[in-house]
Design a protein around this ligand. Structure first.
Ligand code: ADP
Length: 458
């Protein structure tokens, strides 16, 4: 249209030059032409800019609904307002994207940092996300997308729990036992993913999926079994001497007191009372070492001096069985850092066993050497009955005995080596044994030259 007007004007001008006599009449007719064309041109321009105007209105509405800033549109401001509105939308969009990626980073950091395993499934029960902990705990394959938990973890109980949560939207909690080779127990909590508030407003109440959190309680379960076994063992250990004491006391009260056997009965009662006392003492020592209040009185101890003191305790028992005890400390000035009374207890328990489980006449040797820059290794060797190879790893367990009858006969409680292990570990050392059945046994332990936890309270 503009082109048409320009052409018309051009025609008028050209005509004006060539026909000057018609100048005024032509000027008049041009003016009339313009009066007719301009409204048309305006209407056409309006028709063309209307979509831009509408677009601008929509953009302004969009911006206004996301910010408090209200905008009004005046005529002829369309393009300026449109560009302003687009800028505003751009800023808001960038902020939204930043916010969303920040939230995603937080979520990923939380999932990565969690010790618990997390599994997220969609509303069809297909896996969306499994965090690193879950991969490690269950040794999962890398690609899980779109697969069901049943395919991956092979547990019908878990699959059913997830389906139930998606169906009913209720929280489900259960204990999951995964058999060997995994051999793990988990406490699993499954919750539904609820629809967002906007979706709820639209009347969409359906569950979006489920999140299952796996808490590894294998160690707890093992400790529970250990505790139950321990209580059963203690009860059993206490019952035997108690039953004997009760039986002999009743017999004495029933008239045996006046008979010749009475002193023998009393000796049996005394022996079992001593045994009870020893068990209770050992149990108290163990519970003290395991208690939170347990601490060591660290001091520098010349090893030869410590061993000499201990030998005074066991000399009599060794002499009775004609067992010689030799010692070799290289260098003789070797010192350890530790708690004197607890380290004495370690030596006493090990020497006591060496004497108990060695036939007379026998030999015991104590040796100590430096191991590297930081450790001292002590070995106590006897030429006694020895320990079967397959039982060497178990003798440090509470109440574990190779030959229970023999141990009880010799006044053992089955707790001596357990106490040794705890004391050495508290000093930052290690303890182990080596043996040839029927020939010899050697018990080794290490101690740090310097205190490992010198800051412990004295
Ligand atoms: P106990 O009171 O029965 O001696 P310990 O915990 O001290 O309990 O030792 C556990 C078991 O290890 C003993 O019952 C015994 O079977 C075995 N044992 C320990 N020391 C020796 C040793 N020097 N020679 C042979 N067997 C040993």
């Amino acid at each position: 249209m503009i082109l048409f007007i320009l052409l018309l004007l051009l025609l008028l001008v050209v005509q004006g030059y060539s026909h000057s006599f018609l100048k005024y009449s032509l000027f008049f007719s041009s003016f009339i032409g313009l009066v007719i064309v301009i409204p048309f041109a305006y209407l056409l321009a309006r028709f063309l800019t209307q979509p831009i105007y509408d677009l601008t209105q929509k953009a302004i509405q969009l911006v206004s609904s996301h910010s408090d800033q209200k905008m009004t549109l005046h005529s002829r401001e369309e393009l300026r307002m449109l560009s302003k509105a687009i800028d505003e939308i751009g800023i808001q969009l960038r902020n939204k994207i930043d916010e969303t990626s920040k939230e995603r980073d937080y979520l990923q950091a939380i999932l990565k940092g969690m010790a618990e395993g997390v599994l997220v499934v969609d509303e069809r029960g297909r896996i969306l996300v499994a965090n690193d902990s879950l991969h490690q705990l269950l040794s999962l394959p890398k690609n899980l997308a779109n697969r069901t938990p049943l395919e991956i973890i092979r547990n019908a109980e878990l699959e059913e729990a997830i389906r139930k949560v998606i169906r009913e939207g209720k929280h489900v909690s259960f204990e999951l036992n995964l058999p060997l080779p995994l051999g793990k127990t988990f406490e699993v909590n499954v919750v539904g993913i609820l629809p967002a508030p906007e979706e709820k407003e639209r009347g969409d109440e359906g569950i979006r999926g489920a999140i299952a959190v796996f808490h590894d309680i294998t160690r707890l379960k093992e400790l529970e079994v250990v505790r139950q076994d321990f209580v059963a063992n203690v009860s059993h250990e206490l019952r035997t001497p108690l039953t004997t004491i009760k039986g002999y006391t009743e017999t004495l009260l029933d008239g045996a007191l006046k008979e010749e056997v009475a002193p023998q009965f009393l000796q049996v009662i005394q022996k079992h009372a001593d045994r009870l006392t020893k068990i209770v003492e050992d149990l108290l020592t163990l519970s003290k070492i395991e208690s939170k209040e347990f601490y060591l009185k660290w001091e520098r101890l010349p090893l030869s001096e410590l061993i000499d003191d201990v030998l005074d305790f066991v000399k009599e028992a060794a002499e009775k069985k004609k067992i010689s005890i030799s010692q070799s400390i290289i260098p003789s000035s070797l010192e350890v850092t530790g708690d004197r009374s607890y380290l004495e207890q370690v030596f006493i328990n090990l020497l006591d066993n060496a004497i108990k489980y060695t036939h007379e006449p026998g030999e015991i040797s104590i040796s100590a050497i430096e191991k590297g820059q930081t450790e001292i290794q002590v070995a106590i060797k006897d030429n006694g009955i020895g320990i079967p190879k397959e039982e060497l790893s178990r003798i440090f367990e509470r109440f574990y005995r190779v030959d229970k009858g023999r141990s009880q006969e010799l006044g053992g409680t089955g707790l001596g080596l357990s106490i040794v292990k705890h004391i050495i570990q508290a000093h930052g050392g290690r303890v182990w044994a080596d043996s040839k059945l029927g020939e010899d046994s050697t018990f080794y332990f290490t101690l740090p030259k310097q205190s490992v936890a010198i800051s412990l309270p004295l």
